[in-house]
Ligand binder design. Structure first.
Ligand code: ADP
Length: 240
């Protein structure tokens, strides 16, 4: 409750950061144990996928800006405004994938995309992709990164921290959501982690058709943006 001097402030913030890191590891280990014991059950709650993605932007855009990275997201127009599933576990998977993308990228951008895939009458299948322009993953490592505790050997990884549990947990959570998690990557160019997840359609919500004013004639638009991925997303919205 008193003013802290510079050294005290540094020590206290070390304690906070170490505490948070430890809590992260404990939570990961508990999750993994729970999944392996077959005791993890997903909740069935109505939630808004667009809201979930906007939250990710809130969470990561400052960190991205500090690193000089662009954070871009795109949600296709036909993604329903509401679905029923487990928003907390979906968020956990996305936070892990985006966290990794930011962690392993020094230049360029992180792009999150959400699209809909064909599904049965009462269900919604969403496709999520997290792309980065980071260090990439060598072919012989691509399947191993999903194993618990596996981290690609190298000083880069060690300096970036982490427990090597995130992808293993994410893959199993995605499995519980009725989908699968895959990776494509090119060393030195970037990675794309993508997964599908199955949700129940939210009942009784009549989706209002997008209100759209028809233009009297075709308009041309010029989009200027310093980032190609972001310009592309804006141009898709404009074309719609
Ligand atoms: P952690 O991030 O805690 O190390 P993860 O299970 O999330 O654990 O990831 C395992 C390993 O996979 C990472 O240590 C890293 O070597 C590799 N990896 C994951 N995501 C990426 C990415 N976007 N780009 C490059 N390497 C990655």
């Amino acid at each position: 409750s008193t003013e802290l001097n510079v050294r005290q402030r540094r020590l206290v913030s070390n304690v906070v950061r170490s505490g948070q890191a430890l809590l992260g590891i404990i939570n990961d280990i508990l999750d993994l144990a729970k999944i392996e014991a077959g005791k993890l059950e997903l909740s069935e709650l109505p939630f808004e996928p667009r809201e979930a993605i906007a939250e990710l932007a809130d969470l990561f855009s400052e960190h991205c800006a500090n690193k000089g990275l662009e954070f871009v997201y795109f949600v296709a127009e036909d993604v329903p405004s509401r679905v029923i599933g487990d928003p907390v576990r979906l968020r956990q998977v996305l936070v892990n994938l985006v966290g990794n993308a930011v962690k392993f990228t020094e230049l360029g951008e992180v792009v999150v995309k959400v699209t809909t895939l064909p599904a049965g009458p009462d269900e919604v299948v969403l496709g999520f992709a997290v792309e980065d322009t980071g260090i990439g993953i060598a072919p012989d490592q691509r399947s191993r990164i999903f194993e618990s505790f596996h981290q690609v050997y190298g000083s880069m990884t060690r300096a970036r921290g982490g427990s090597g549990l995130g992808l293993s947990i994410s893959r199993q959570l995605v499995g519980l959501m009725g989908g699968s998690l895959a990776v494509e990557s090119e060393l030195g160019r970037g990675s794309c982690f993508s997964f599908t997840a199955r949700f129940n359609a939210a009942p009784h919500v009549a989706e209002p058709p997008p209100t759209r004013q028809h233009l009297p004639r075709t308009l041309r638009a010029l989009v200027l943006d310093g980032n190609a991925a972001s310009a592309h997303v804006i141009s898709v919205y404009l074309a719609n």
